[in-house]
Design a binder for this molecule. Structure first.
Ligand code: SF4
Length: 108
């Protein structure tokens, strides 16, 4: 089972009300059980919404395939105070703390 950023699957859940459908992601997920999630929409932040930004600051049975650069879903680079920096987003940090494997859409 793979937890996937819903915007990558074509759900119009981004801050700007658009999707970011990725044919590469869809191809990689073919035949797999998928759980779409948009953490920001699930948190009730609304669609569209002001863009989120960061400031300051073994288990392999479930993979999480999340959207790079997002302050919620990023796993290698995130926007911090409007600048793209190395780091992980909030959902990725939570999943990793729980021992989950997070895969970036850019690594497919
Ligand atoms: S929070 Fe994640 S799933 Fe939602 S729009 Fe941003 S990158 Fe996509």
């Amino acid at each position: 089972m793979v937890l996937v950023s819903a915007c990558l699957l074509g759900e119009a859940c981004r801050y700007d009300g658009r999707a970011q459908r990725s044919e590469r992601v869809l191809a990689a997920l073919e035949g797999k059980s998928v759980v779409p999630i948009c953490p920001e929409a699930a948190a009730g932040m609304g669609i569209p919404r002001p863009p989120v930004d960061l400031s300051g600051g073994t288990g392999v049975d479930v993979w999480a395939l999340l959207k790079e650069k997002s302050p919620s879903c990023g796993s290698q680079r995130v926007y911090d105070t409007g600048v793209l920096r190395p780091g992980e987003g909030i959902t990725t940090a939570l999943l990793r703390a729980d021992g989950r494997t997070v895969v970036s859409d850019e690594d497919l």
